[in-house]
Design a protein around this ligand. Structure first.
Ligand code: SDX
Length: 380
């Protein structure tokens, strides 16, 4: 009966699936992938090992990991057709839009009718994990008027991405910190982009469409796009002593503090704590970023103002400071989030297919009932 339906805006608290991938305790600030704490994964694992864990449920054996890494290394190159297509993109376009289009284009090259075949799933996972970083790096060089450079087979996943992006072999600490950032962003239960991915997956379409729809969803400022806006906000604040006034004014005007707040966490996001540590590791080695003091001041001043309402820094608050220290341009922060989150999206794709039913929720209709047609000449 429609009269008894209760609307939950944003589906807050509404379970839409069962999942064995990721466990969040929003009151304690704990996050686990497949039962392993992210702090332990960030300390001991690699992004590709964590990706394997997320998608297939258990840590790989050394043979399984080597095969997975080798397959990804073999599929990192882009077809010249994809590169040529990307050269036609406007250089002024946002890299997330370039990524969404490029990811979707993979569907043109690979068959879409074998999603019940485990080998097809493995191959699609390998291609997407391998090619998404190459696409992000390629667009960066193309928009500067250069040809993309080829991946280097002697470099592991994260070092190779930084190499393709900056055309320089990265410092080992920089590459390791970057890999750890990818681990932290890889999965986060039913966030908006993952929900998008699952809805798309539920129609049994191809995995490239699944990932492209998720990239489009991640791009918005309420989701992955916030990491870019945080740096803009810190620069606008300019100095630690301005943080208090900025926050008070923003709160009075009911505008959102970027990188703060979370549907699930009512305490500081555990990923923000780890990312803050990574930023400090980089500053100790490569010199401090003056925006870090501004960020710390924002966090400190926000605590009495927003803390009582459960609003604390989220994953996007400190990640931009890490990427900035690695010399990465601001509008690539969200594409980097996508490079990592593709692991989570694919884990959910696979899980969705294992017990699929098409997503088709309902609505509470609030429009007009039956209306009488009015001829064009009689309308004013
Ligand atoms: C990510 O879901 C995930 O898991 C996402 C993510 C992942 O890994 O996939 O963690 C990645 O997307 C991180 C979030 C990045 N977005 C931002 O940093 C943008 C700023 N944050 C907010 O817009 C907000 O906190 C959200 C979008 C993150 C959560 O939105 P909700 O749960 O719908 O909360 P809401 O907007 O309804 O806010 C509830 C209250 C409101 O006040 P009242 O109207 O009740 O008085 O809290 C206030 C809000 O105004 N509030 C904030 C705030 N966040 C919430 N006030 C000021 N600044 C903020 N950032």
């Amino acid at each position: 009966d429609p009269c008894n339906m209760v609307l939950k805006p944003g589906l807050e608290g509404v379970p839409v699936t069962q999942s064995a991938i990721c466990d969040i305790n929003g009151l304690k600030g704990e996050l686990k992938y497949r039962g392993y704490s992210i702090a332990e994964l960030a300390a001991k694992s690699s992004f590709l090992e964590t990706t394997y864990l997320l998608i297939w449920g258990d840590l790989p054996s050394s043979k399984q990991l080597r095969e997975f890494e080798d397959a990804i290394q073999m599929h990192r190159r882009l077809s010249f057709r994809v590169r040529d297509m990307m050269k036609c993109f406007p250089a002024t376009g946002h890299p997330m839009d370039a990524l969404q289009s490029s990811a979707a284009s993979l569907g043109l090259f690979y068959s879409r009718r074998a999603i019940d075949n485990p080998q097809y799933i493995y191959d699609a996972v390998v291609r997407l994990i391998a090619k998404i970083p190459t696409m992000v790096a390629a667009f960066q060089l193309i928009r500067k008027g250069q040809d993309p450079i080829q991946p280097r087979d002697d470099l592991p996943y994260s070092a190779n991405f930084l190499y393709m992006l900056t055309e320089r072999e990265p410092d080992p600490l920089a590459a390791r910190v970057f890999d750890r950032c990818l681990i932290l962003h890889a999965e986060h239960s039913l966030n908006a982009s993952t929900f998008s991915a699952r809805v798309t997956a539920s129609t049994l379409t191809d995995p490239y469409a699944v990932v492209a729809s998720a990239v489009g969803t991640l791009a918005g400022p309420l989701h992955g796009g916030a990491n870019e806006d945080v740096i803009a906000m810190l620069e606008e604040i300019g100095a630690p002593e301005n943080a208090r006034n900025y926050l008070k004014q923003a709160i009075d005007q009911k505008s959102k503090i970027m990188g703060f707040g979370h549907r699930e966490y009512k305490v500081k996001d555990p990923r923000a704590t780890l990312l803050q540590g990574f930023a400090e590791d980089l500053f100790a080695r490569f010199g401090k970023d003056e925006m870090y003091d501004v960020a710390r001041s924002v966090e400190e001043e926000a605590s009495p103002l927003l803390g009582p309402r459960g609003i604390y820094p989220n994953v996007d608050f400190y990640s931009g400071l890490v990427y900035r220290k690695l010399g990465i341009p601001r509008d690539l922060f969200t594409p980097i989030f996508a490079i990592s989150r593709v692991a989570g999206w694919l884990a959910h794709w696979r899980e969705q297919l294992s017990a699929n039913r098409i997503f088709r929720p309902t609505q509470i209709y609030t429009g007009k009932k039956t209306r009488a047609w009015c001829a064009l000449e009689e309308r004013n």
